[in-house]
Write a protein that binds this ligand. Structure first.
Ligand code: ZN
Ligand code: ZN
Length: 272
């Protein structure tokens, strides 16, 4: 039985917890009985402009690859990265990708060009009308199509990321209004052989939703989508592995029979 956390951050991410060394993360994963742990620190190409901070990637490589060797009998460790907004500064993404042989590359978006991280948008302010929110999400879908055009992406992360911050302002994302655009995004993923991520980070933090939700997982399944990675997006040791099994149950309920895990850059599908 596979039990894989395919999205986690170490202390090398600017927003990672100081106690989350790759070694401590692997020990935690082994103690939980995980079969796979992907350590996927943030590398947003616009980090300099957005003030995100980027990891010391040489240290990142050294620490994670030494864990991969040290724990190989008990755990498949993936040397991963969460590549944010690769289309904004593709030269920076190319430079990183040329210097590292990543096992697993997550593509994601944390902000729209020219706008702050969704985490910093005051969605409770009256300026953020429903119409404005709809237009931001519509633009996000378009930008995600650009993310997966970047070569080497294995999975597309948290497609409803902005929902996390809408909910904090007591609002919700009406994804049912965008089923056509999201279906086109899913078709592009399927055609390219890129996986969809089920990000269960809200479950790991005591909330009751996932990114995306079951209705979008059903849409993906209905289009023939079969490649789904599941990640806790842990930024602390205690979040590792949390919500993963609930995520597997959600996949089954959505009609998806497999979970996909990347090992050494190759997808492996396991029957749920
Ligand atoms: Zn992210
Ligand atoms: Zn992340």
């Amino acid at each position: 039985m596979v039990f894989a956390d395919s999205h986690t951050h170490s202390y090398l991410s600017f927003d990672g917890d100081a106690a989350s060394t790759p070694d401590a993360m692997c020990r935690k994963a082994v103690s939980l009985g995980l079969t796979d742990l992907a350590i996927t620190d943030h590398f947003d190409t616009n980090a300099r402009e957005m003030g995100y901070g980027i990891p010391d990637d040489l240290r990142m490589e050294e620490e994670i690859l030494s864990c991969k060797e040290k724990y190989k009998k008990d755990l498949h460790v993936s040397y991963g990265v969460e590549l944010g907004e690769p289309f904004e500064y593709p030269d920076r993404a190319n430079d990183l990708m040329a210097r590292h042989n990543f096992d697993f590359v997550i593509g994601s978006i944390h902000n729209l060009p020219g706008l702050p991280d969704f985490a910093l948008i005051p969605f409770g302010h009256p300026e953020y009308t429903d119409e404005k929110i709809r237009s931001l999400f519509e633009q996000t879908i378009k930008e995600m199509v650009r993310v997966i055009e970047y070569p080497g992406i294995h999975t597309l992360a948290h497609i409803t990321y902005m929902e996390r911050y809408l909910r904090k302002a007591g609002r919700k994302l009406a994804t049912n209004e965008f089923r056509e655009q999201i279906a086109d995004l899913f078709k592009a993923l399927i055609a390219k052989g890129i996986a969809l991520e089920l990000n269960v980070s809200p479950l790991a933090r005591g909330d009751d939703y996932t990114m995306p939700d079951i209705s979008l997982l059903r849409l993906y399944a209905g289009l023939g989508g079969e490649l789904v990675t599941v990640g806790s997006d842990a930024h602390k040791l205690e979040q590792i592995g949390k919500g993963i099994k609930e995520g597997y149950a959600l996949l089954e309920a959505a009609g998806i029979r497999y979970v996909t895990v990347f090992r050494d850059g190759k997808p492996h599908s396991f029957h749920l």
